[in-house]
Design a protein around this ligand. Structure first.
Ligand code: BTN
Length: 145
């Protein structure tokens, strides 16, 4: 028991220090992605729900791009260390919907980064065209200073 005590103390301190040093990643704020799209996420509620505004830099349609609302949940508590999240963008200028899912990380330089994947569902005229209605992709977001 006497020999085990210092070992347990070192283990406890190591685990405690690691727990304290785990950096938090907070979704609230303005972000820009690798396509130069940007989004602002407003406050995350106590239930983990959030809203925001998405301004895409690109579009699959020829329509004029406009800001569009986004809505989603994240895992709690906020800010949880590196939480998973999802959100839907209800495009205001097209008939499409995009769903994003991802995780908020703190990288080796201490910078927050959102690693996401998305599905973009476009409206097609008939069921025979369903096969070409969904695009899939990857976006990485950095916090806009
Ligand atoms: C549309 O084309 O109907 C609406 C705009 C879709 C923009 C897509 S969503 C996934 C990808 N990431 C972006 O930031 N923009 C594109």
């Amino acid at each position: 028991m006497v020999q085990a005590t210092p070992f347990l103390l070192v283990l406890f301190l190591a685990l405690g220090a690691h727990g304290l040093s785990t950096e938090k990643c907070n979704l609230t704020g303005t972000w820009v992605n690798d396509l130069n799209s940007n989004m602002t996420i407003f406050n995350v509620s106590e239930k983990g729900d959030f809203t925001g505004i998405y301004h895409t830099a690109v579009s699959a349609t020829p329509k004029k791009i406009e800001e569009s609302p986004l809505l989603g949940p994240q895992h709690l508590p906020n800010p949880l260390s590196q939480p998973t999240f999802g959100f839907t963008v209800h495009w205001s200028f097209s008939d499409s919907i995009t769903v994003f899912t991802g995780q908020c990380f703190v990288d080796e330089d201490g910078k927050e980064v959102l690693k996401t994947m998305w599905l973009l569902r476009s409206r097609v005229e008939n069921i025979k065209s369903d096969w070409k209605a969904t695009r899939v992709g990857y976006n990485e977001f950095q916090r806009l200073k």
